[in-house]
Every structure is written in structure tokens, then in C-alpha cells.
Ligand binder design. Structure first.
Ligand code: GDP
Length: 144
């Protein structure tokens, strides 16, 4: 089993799509190992997206990500990192495939509804940025 880090971004939360996206997550077979609603400060968003510091859209992206509440998640499944990126679709909702979350819920390349880690190292950094180990709960222990 692998864990990935996901965000339901402020655009999707403010437009009332949190529940629909969570339903798609569960229907796709991910186990939600941790979940919290956060309102990132601009500095917290800048820390999260530090690898994109030099990109021209960095200021706009971090302003957007700190513009309202978002839902942060640890998602668990076999091959969770790749499978979650497939379910999200391409970064630009206009390029994302039919049936993907970004195609359905995104409205621009920036306001694209969801985030997902792109590799095991980024998943480890991103999960650790938002969750303490204790918050990523394990499966219930079956009764003897
Ligand atoms: P991701 O891995 O698919 O999320 O894409 P990236 O790591 O390349 O970009 C991170 C986030 O920055 C994306 O999810 C978008 O919200 C935003 N972003 C990416 N490219 C652009 C762009 O060209 N313009 C703007 N304004 N935002 C962008």
C-alpha cells in the first residue's frame, strides 16, 4: 500500500464540490487515511509550493491557494500516487480527459480543483507538511 497527498483546492470547496469529490475518491477505492480542512496563509502556501518558486505563476498560485478553505487528505491504495493523478487528469482542465476530476470540477489551469503528489519523495514531503504521523490513521484492527 502507498499513500499520496491530495488537496481539494479552494475553488472546489467554495463551489460546493467537496462532497462530490470525496465520493469519487471513495468510489475509486482509495482509503482516506487522514483529512482536515485548512485555510492556508500565503506563507504556508509558498512553503508548500516552494519547488515552483521561480515559475511566473507562483504569486498567483499561492494567492489562490490561500484565498479560502481547502481540504487536505492522505489517500491510501496500491499505486496511490499514479492512480490519484490519473483520476485528477491533466493540470489544465481543458486538456484533462473525460471523466476526470479536473475536467469535471476545474475552471482554469490554476483553479483546477485538486492537487496530487507527483512522486514518492514529494508525497513524503507533502504528507509531512500537513499531517503529523499520529493523524494518518491505520486500518482498524480486526476483532479476534
Ligand atoms: P500539477 O502537478 O498537475 O498540479 O501541476 P504543476 O506541478 O505543474 O503545477 C502546480 C499547480 O500550479 C497546478 O496544479 C496549477 O494550480 C498551477 N499551475 C500550473 N501551471 C500553471 C500556469 O501555467 N498558470 C497558472 N496560473 N497556474 C498554473
Amino acid at each position: 500500500m502507498e499513500q499520496t497527498f491530495a488537496i481539494i483546492k479552494p475553488d472546489a470547496v467554495s463551489s460546493g464540490h467537496t462532497g462530490a469529490i470525496l465520493q469519487r475518491i471513495e468510489e475509486a477505492g482509495f482509503r482516506v487515511a487522514a483529512m482536515r480542512m485548512v485555510r492556508m496563509t500565503k506563507a504556508e502556501a509558498e512553503g508548500f509550493y516552494a519547488v515552483h518558486r521561480a515559475r511566473p505563476f507562483f504569486d498567483s498560485l499561492t494567492t489562490f491557494m490561500s484565498s479560502g478553505p481547502a481540504v487536505v487528505l492522505a489517500l491510501e491504495a496500491a499505486d496511490a500516487i499514479a492512480r490519484w493523478r490519473t483520476l485528477m487528469g491533466a493540470t489544465d482542465p481543458g486538456q484533462a480527459g473525460e471523466g476526470t476530476l479536473r475536467r469535471r470540477f476545474g475552471s482554469s489551469i490554476e483553479r483546477n480543483a485538486t492537487h496530487g503528489s507527483d512522486a514518492p519523495e514529494t508525497a513524503a514531503f507533502e504528507l509531512g507538511y500537513f499531517f503529523r504521523g499520529l493523524e494518518r490513521v491505520g486500518e482498524p484492527v480486526p476483532a479476534p
